[in-house]
Write a protein that binds this ligand. Structure first.
Ligand code: ATP
Ligand code: MG
Ligand code: MG
Ligand code: MG
Length: 491
């Protein structure tokens, strides 16, 4: 089943259950406290918090999401994309646990010939809060799920809240058992890697008021006047199960970019295996998956109006493009690759997002421009880095120590050649060399202090420097990676 079909079945199913079908909001989060839309519930936050009356008692959507916290998982797990689509259904004071579980079960297990996803109910596993009797009874008695497939967890392991005092509750997570080939038995609770028992759908039951606490471990100080249901199911995860693929990067909406990367690099995809023996073929596979993910994220971000920059959203976009381009280099491709890869991604994504075609002129121009700029940076910076690595090796051999690129060299790469420190670290590591990161950081701090002192000195003069800064900005000046540290911690 094509991903676009899975999406339309979701919307049709919930429309038939009287849900208001809502379009995806843009990736630039409508909630100013977060950079990106990270879940389907983001546009519904006021209705869940109860700060605004919900215009409809129930709603459903397929929401575009970006999660930068998953960036290091991309290509290495089977199931994490920086961009993905979250199918959701929501109830604002309307149906609660039983209704949400019933809908999920029905849609997942109804045969494909009757409009469902046709998953085998015997392979579904649930994790619930140990004190959630309602879910336990509904699952094991009303639906008749094998009690062994419903695992009870302490509240801290299955709770949801916004991270501050306000609505909270426990979840019911639905997992699909991919079988013994993917790991040992024992259900989702035992499967820490999440490879065998794939989490597909998270049902959040908001019914409590959260008090103070840390992370997932907090006090409950009361019950909400009006409960809410907030669910999220990964469209790509359902797709890779229904398309019988080993991971989300090989579904119809993502794989064409891998195929294009294969053709460009002349290297075959899918020959590597993970694990302690993982070799060059595995690394190539990871790189192609990273390329496919990042190119798609870049496409969708630019399509939603994000532009490459040195902080915030723009830095995330820049980092995604740069990682994709770097990965292609490591696959042996030196020429510009986005004209091929981005087009491949657009050609499949436009089926669900026709606006990509209308915006293609701008999208491609922005992306290709960023690739060109980065290719120039790489060319000049790589030579300087190689020299620094050579110097480090020389020093090490005379001192009989491990080679270490000096903080001064890393700083110069950053300051003069626009080489971000993560790139220096990554490229040095590839040559088996460390970088004196502490020294680099203190040089950065000194530079910031100098800039501050400078600004103070200028303020005492008669010229308003802000005027110059504005002019400089409007001319596109300033090649420095300001805000890099903050952005990279967040990314
Ligand atoms: P995981 O434990 O696998 O990282 P999660 O618990 O962080 O997932 P939720 O926040 O519960 O995910 O999001 C709801 C659903 O969205 C998940 O059950 C999953 O199907 C999907 N999902 C979450 N993160 C991603 C991602 N990075 N890529 C693809 N799908 C995702
Ligand atoms: Mg996660
Ligand atoms: Mg999870
Ligand atoms: Mg979850």
């Amino acid at each position: 089943m094509r991903t676009s079909e899975i999406r339309s079945r979701w919307l049709d199913f919930f429309a038939s259950k009287d849900h208001e079908i809502r379009p995806s909001v843009p990736l630039i989060s409508p909630d100013p406290s977060i950079l990106f839309t990270v879940a389907g519930m983001v546009p519904f936050i006021p209705y869940i918090l109860g700060t605004e009356p919900a215009p409809w008692p129930r709603a459903a959507s397929v929401q575009k999401c970006i999660r930068t916290n998953d960036i290091d998982n991309v290509g290495r797990t089977t199931r994490h994309g920086t961009f993905f689509q979250m199918n959701g259904n929501f109830s604002f004071g309307d149906y609660f646990k039983e209704g949400a579980i019933q809908y999920a079960w029905e849609l997942l297990t109804t045969p494909t010939s009757a409009g469902g996803y046709g998953l085998d109910g015997d392979r579904l596993w649930m994790t619930i809060w140990e004190k959630d009797e309602v879910s336990w009874d509904y699952l094991t008695k009303t639906i008749g799920v094998d009690p062994l497939h419903v695992q009870k967890l302490p509240f801290a392991e299955i709770s949801w809240s916004t991270g501050q005092p306000g609505p909270a509750g426990a979840c019911c997570e639905i997992h699909y058992d991919r079988g013994p080939a993917y790991g040992p038995d024992g259900g989702p609770e035992a499967d820490t890697a999440g490879d065998r028992f794939l989490e597909i759908w998270n049902l959040v039951f908001d019914e409590f008021v959260r008090g103070e606490g840390e992370g997932h471990d907090f006090e409950l100080v009361g019950e909400l006047d009006s409960t809410a249901i907030d669910t999220g199911a990964g469209l790509e995860r359902i797709a890779f199960l229904l398309q019988d693929k080993p991971n989300m990067y090989e579904i119809d909406e993502v794989y064409p970019v891998i195929a294009a990367a294969e053709a460009m690099s002349g290297r075959a995809y899918g020959r590597g295996a993970a694990g302690p023996e993982a070799g060059a073929a595995y690394l190539d596979d990871v790189r192609m998956r990273v390329v496919a993910d990042h190119v798609r994220s870049a496409l969708m971000l630019i399509g939603d109006g994000v532009r490459p920059g040195n902080d915030g959203r723009g830095y995330v976009l820049r980092r995604l493009i740069r990682r994709a381009v770097r990965s292609m280099r490591l696959l042996g491709v030196d020429e510009a690759s986005l004209p091929t890869l981005l087009t491949a991604s657009k050609d499949v994504m436009r089926l669900s997002y026709p606006e990509l075609e209308e915006r293609w002129g701008t999208i491609s121009e922005v992306a290709y421009g960023e690739e060109e700029a980065f290719r120039r940076t790489l060319t000049s910076g790589t030579t300087i880095l190689d020299t620094a690595v050579g110097r480090a090796r020389e020093r090490a051999s005379t001192a009989g120590a491990r080679p270490l690129v000096s903080g001064q060299d890393a700083f110069e790469l950053h300051d003069t050649y626009g080489f971000p420190i993560d790139l220096t670290l990554e490229m040095a590591a590839e040559q088996g060399v460390d970088v004196d990161e502490a020294a680099f950081r203190s040089l950065m701090d000194e530079q910031k202090e100098r800039a501050r002192a400078d600004a103070r000195a200028k303020k005492t003069g008669h010229i308003d420097v802000r005027l110059f800064q504005d002019i400089e900005r409007s001319m596109g000046g300033g090649s420095e990676f300001l805000g890099y540290t903050e952005a990279s911690a967040e990314a």
